[in-house]
Design a protein around this ligand. Structure first.
Ligand SMILES: C[S@@+](CC[C@H](N)C(=O)[O-])C[C@H]1O[C@@H](n2cnc3c(N)ncnc32)[C@H](O)[C@@H]1O
Length: 252
């Protein structure tokens, strides 16, 4: 059995209190890019890799995709299942699978796959992250499309004294500070939630990649790169754009 990683507890305890309803994450804009890149669903199958509680999986299944959401977090999968049970009409809810994507989850099954909102990089060693790409590649049918969305390491490196941000949610305030180590390319983010009842803190780390690194990793597992964007919904990519949104295709 694999040793438990720090981020496995993080997604059970600390992620949602800070990131639930995060205002600048515009799911609409993310969906716009996904739709433009993948085209009409026509009953095709889609893997939402690291699906969380189904932020993208639900709207995609409403559009007509046959969606399978995979996530390692018991809490996230449980929330998604509970939400799915509330649905009384319309297209079927996504299927939910609790699994660690470092291991293969399917072979030649899906017409498309997405992995959005920097869900890739929590493993702080490159070989584990590469295994996630490998299992997504394996799960796709030949010709299957893949969209990977991560924060751009070379955007953060321009802010050596940390990026600070804050937002308000009802009567709570959430503060965020992210610092990138230029030596390890690991970004450490500290969140502080201030409410009338409490001040709560949490910290997480992500291995961020530069454009050339992410291209190499995707190509190494067998993707052909067919497009790239620098932000949602359709910003062109540049070396310093905030995100790396990579589009790949599994060769036949
Ligand atoms: C930042 S959240 C994003 C969730 C969702 N994609 C969204 O945009 O709302 C990252 C998710 O990736 C999942 N995750 C991270 N590493 C994983 C792995 N190795 N296998 C499966 N899920 C993983 C976490 O459990 C968490 O739910």
């Amino acid at each position: 059995m694999k040793e438990k990683e720090w981020w496995q507890d993080y997604f059970e305890d600390s992620y949602l209190p800070f990131h639930r309803d995060r205002p600048y994450r515009d799911t609409q804009e993310e969906m716009e890019l996904v739709q433009n890149v993948l085209g009409a669903p026509k009953g095709r199958s889609l893997l939402d890799a690291c699906c969380g509680h189904g932020r993208h999986a639900f709207p995609l299944s409403d559009m007509g995709w046959r969606v399978t959401g995979v996530d390692q977090s018991q809490l996230m999968i449980q929330m998604a299942r509970t939400e799915g049970l509330k649905k009384e009409e319309g297209p079927p809810s996504p299927q939910w699978v609790r699994a660690d994507l470092r291991d293969p989850v399917a072979r030649n099954c899906f017409d498309a796959a997405i992995c959005l909102f920097t869900s890739f990089g929590y493993c702080l060693n490159d070989s584990d992250n590469q295994r996630i790409l490998d299992s997504i590649h394996l799960a796709l049918k030949p010709g299957g499309q893949f969209i990977l969305d991560v924060a751009n390491r070379d955007f953060l490196i321009q802010h050596p004294f940390a990026i600070r941000n804050w937002w308000q949610r009802d009567d709570e305030y959430i503060l965020e500070e992210t610092k990138l180590s230029p030596v390890t390319s690991i970004a450490t983010t500290r969140n502080v939630l201030v409410s009338k009842e409490e001040v709560r803190e949490s910290e997480y780390q992500i291995r961020l990649y530069s454009l050339h690194e992410i291209v190499r990793m995707m190509v190494e597992v067998g993707f052909e790169i067919t497009g790239a964007y620098g932000n949602f919904p359709d910003q062109p990519i540049s070396i310093t754009s905030p995100r790396l949104i990579m589009v790949g295709i599994k060769g036949s």
